[in-house]
Design a protein around this ligand. Sequence first.
Ligand code: ATP
Length: 342
Amino acid sequence: MIRTRALRKTFRTREKGLFGPRAVKTAVDGLDLEIPRGRVTGLLGLNGAGKTSTIKILATLLRPTSGTVTLDGLDVVEHAREARRRINLIAGGERMVYGKLTGAENLRYFGHLYDVPNPVLRTRVGELLELVGLTDAADTPVERYSRGMTQRLSIARGLINDPAYLLLDEPTLGLDAPIARDLRRVVAALAAEGRGVLLTSHYLAEVEELCEHVYVISGGRHLAAGSPDALKTATGSHRSVRVTVTNPSPELEEAVARFAHGLGVRAELTATAEGALLVGVRHPEDVAGPLAGAIVAAGGAIGGLEVTAASLEDAILALTEDRAAQAASAAAPAAARAEVAA
Ligand SMILES: Nc1ncnc2c1ncn2[C@@H]1O[C@H](COP(=O)(O)OP(=O)(O)OP(=O)(O)O)[C@@H](O)[C@H]1O
């Protein structure tokens, strides 16, 4: 297990240009994370939340300002060399292989950097190229690879030291859907084999598919953690039902409002350009049947019905908007005082 305790990272920056006043930027602010083997753990947050800084600390590329990171009990700052043998990082946005070398040469080169013994390396290079579907391109210089092929080679490079833990920073960034899907399969298989995987991705459907447990951070701080389903429930990000009623009337609107009230929610009523009424209800349960029943009982004619499952995206937005609202309300009394004083 990788475990962080009270992890913190600050950067000294200049606020305005090279000669502006010095400032301290806190990128990671007291994070306690646990990344066990055998599953994919997600790390989510909006731009600038501190995900890359955290991953770089775990990969020993950045030193934490304070706090600890242990990897199977080993302190990664004190034992960085040993930690690096057991961990690898794949960042989708960065080119992590050499264009002039072939796919196989790249893997051999990185294998030597990790002191992988030659006989092991010989079989491993072949196995990894096969795993990522690049056996036929093994002897082609990487500068002639497509973006998807290069990314797949980066995954193979990330596995060359047979790491127990894999850190994936936006691994499918900019990839076409079928290639991204193949990569997701590889990632799921790596976790199923018993490796610990940490994933950051802006594609929340990908996170939902792969991650059993997700941490949500904002401004470097912990916001929430749990399974994607638990996060959706906790934030009230519900599935929504939309029914088109072709013969709207005030009585029908009243009946729908009563139905929604009975469920403890509010119905959204929107008149369409064609003179129909769009009825939207969001609820954790599937209420499509009862809603349609209530509409028909009130004399409504149904022209269409659509059920949308709750998404992790809704949950993350709700969490981060909540945080923004809290920050605004904390600032509000001061602003109000300033106004009174003026
Ligand atoms: N070397 C640095 N010097 C100064 N500030 C930095 C440095 N690296 C990161 N930061 C700041 O720390 C904060 C967290 O950045 P980080 O890259 O870790 O976030 P992120 O969640 O990965 O964002 P994104 O989704 O945009 O990649 C940001 O405000 C960023 O500007």
